[in-house]
Write a protein that binds this ligand. Structure first.
Ligand code: LIP
Length: 264
């Protein structure tokens, strides 16, 4: 087995176990543990418990690897592999009882920096939807057993485009201004509420494109590889990597059109 296949198998096993725990905790009721960057930026007890489970399982299976998680931060390793983890992406959906949240687990090689890392494998498990999206580098993207491909063309009505808005109200005017720039390319807009799921939906052709400012490496590490392995692009502005400044995911021609609209 290649390293990619090995780490994908582990990502899948752990994302499933973690997703089942998140789902179970959801049915028991959600406790908000704290707020983070803004009052709307919440962390639940379940986020922390699920991340601890993922961290423990990874430490037991591959003790030398590094770790970068949304809730517990970064720890270097002795191998070239780092696990980039969002225990519950879509925390606000989770807190409100909306089913669109996911556990996102990725393995990357090199520094855990989206500008330089090589994504090896990713699993996005959405227990509320009963869907598991996966990819290993060079081996394609899948939903369950089905091979995924991004949308092949955008019809005359325009693209179905997803986006998101950060938790800080001070950024909302800018987000709306950027949305207005992209709107001429769109037939309609979706705000799914979980970046990893937005990316998997682009990979599956359920959305034509996704863009958002302010998202973090753990939001896009697994979903970004799933987009690439489905034939799409993920990146930032002016040829840069996905970053907090901007993350765009789409089939190549639409990626360029959205990037142009955002930089014009
Ligand atoms: C969230 C995303 C959401 C995005 C938020 C945030 P969290 O992740 O997936 O779609 O708009 O800015 O990053 O905080 O739920 O893990």
């Amino acid at each position: 087995m290649s390293l990619e296949t090995d780490v994908l198998a582990l990502a899948v096993e752990i994302a499933r176990e973690a997703g089942e725990l998140a789902h179970r905790r959801r049915s028991e009721g959600v406790a908000i543990a704290a707020t983070k960057s803004a009052v709307a930026d919440i962390v639940t007890e379940a986020d922390r418990e699920v991340e601890a489970l993922i961290r423990d399982r990874l430490a037991a299976a591959r003790p030398g690897d590094g770790f970068l998680g949304e809730e517990s931060g970064a720890a270097g390793g002795t191998t070239d592999v780092t696990w980039v983890v969002d225990p519950i992406d879509g925390t606000v959906n989770y807190a409100y009882g909306l089913p669109t949240y996911a556990v996102s687990v990725a393995a990357v090689a090199g520094d855990p920096d989206p500008g330089t890392w090589t994504a090896l494998a990713g699993a996005v498990f959405a227990p509320g939807l009963g869907e598991l999206f996966t990819a290993a580098r060079g081996e394609g993207a899948r939903l369950g057993g089905r091979r995924l491909a991004v949308a092949s063309e955008v019809g005359a009505a325009g693209a179905l485009v997803a986006t998101g808005f950060g938790y800080d109200p001070a950024t909302h005017a800018g987000d709306l201004e950027r949305l207005a720039r992209v709107m001429p390319l769109a037939r309609d807009i979706r705000r799914i509420g979980a970046a990893s799921v937005d990316l998997c939906y682009v990979a599956a052709g359920r959305l034509d494109a996704y863009f958002e400012r302010g998202i973090n490496p753990w939001d896009h590490a697994a979903g970004g590889l799933i987009v690439q392995e489905a034939g799409g692009l993920i990146g930032g502005l002016s040829g840069g990597p996905p970053s907090r400044e901007m993350t765009i995911a789409a089939p190549p021609a639409l990626f360029e059109a959205i990037e142009r609209a955002l930089t014009a």
